[in-house]
Design a protein around this ligand. Sequence first.
Ligand SMILES: Cc1ncc(COP(=O)(O)O)c(C=O)c1O
Length: 385
Amino acid sequence: MRLEAVQRAGTYAVKLDEAVHKFGTDDLLPLWVADMDIAAPLCVQEALQRRATHPVYGYTVYPERYYQAIKDWYFNRFGWKIETEWIVPAYGVVPSLNFAINAYSKEDEGIIVQTPLYPPFSDSVRRQGRKLLNNRLLYQNGSYQIDFADFEAKAREAKLFLLCSPHNPTGRVWNKEELEKLIDICLANGVIIVSDEIHADIVFRKVHYVLGSFEKVQQHSVVLNAPSKTFNIAGLNTSYAVIPDRRLRDAYLHEQKKSGITNGTPFGIEALMAAYEGGEAWLEKLKVALWENVVFVKTFIETHHLPLKVVEPEATFLLWIDCRGLGLSTENLAAFFIKKAKLGLNEGVSFGEEGEGFMRLNIGTSKEVLHQAMQQLLRAYEERK
Ligand SMILES: Cc1ncc(COP(=O)(O)O)c(C=O)c1O
């Protein structure tokens, strides 16, 4: 598949229309927020167009076909057999994280997260008045590892662990042994695990293990997911929670009901069904093309001897780049990218202080856009020398 960057001007895209607000200028190439410039698969476009031709866009239920599509996707892709009643349709993964926090912990109780990390995790813990227990990931020999001794110590004072699997922004896919260890520690300490697996479908050369597929933790965990990153339909509210345990499910549902959010949108429901039923071949091609983008960026950096290091991504269309070789302070690094290279990336520090000196680059775009971005980066670096 050749990745074409669709022009998004005029669609109120966050990536474009919030760039001025975020970077203080619109004179840059935006490569930040985590959606892609790539058209959604044809089966999704057609399903939405079909639905749009019906002129009534009223309240909509989640049909049996919706649940079946999720169950089939999980079974066929991950070998996890789930029951219909375990599935709870949701507004978004981030709202679900908040419902889970409220359902499974009380004020001031401890919740473990692993930084550097997608910011809404830590933000949600703080906003809900819980105690943030930060199990910092260790950056060793160019890859991120879990500090299990620290995790075990934190688990003793925790109620909940918010796992990001695969992990954003480091691109780690946690292997079976790592997950088993985390599970065992949590079970031994009565810690419930909420696993955000929104990036589970875009995994390179590794196997993603769904947390709930580990039998022993099934009754003590929640899996959150959506086809939103996978099929580039993040604006359609297509997420859901999978909660096998009835007690945990009821507690979660109680919080969701308290929020007042109930119905899904007709377009989100159509998009999920179409994507999961007919989007698999497209996804496989997308993964190959995204990996080519990874290789392109890495090769460009190496060939031109830029003092940057791409952390080997095992998942996601987000590249975590170690820019400490540039020798710039946090402020100057941001200014270098925005003002000199004219590139809008996510600053590493926004993912926690461990992200200092890193930048996150969204490669979910065409080779041409990436080529342009790398040329701008190279020029800025050479001018600086
Ligand atoms: C790990 C992770 N979780 C959740 C989200 C957002 O999910 P939602 O839009 O469903 O709230 C993102 C988006 O970047 C993400 O990277």
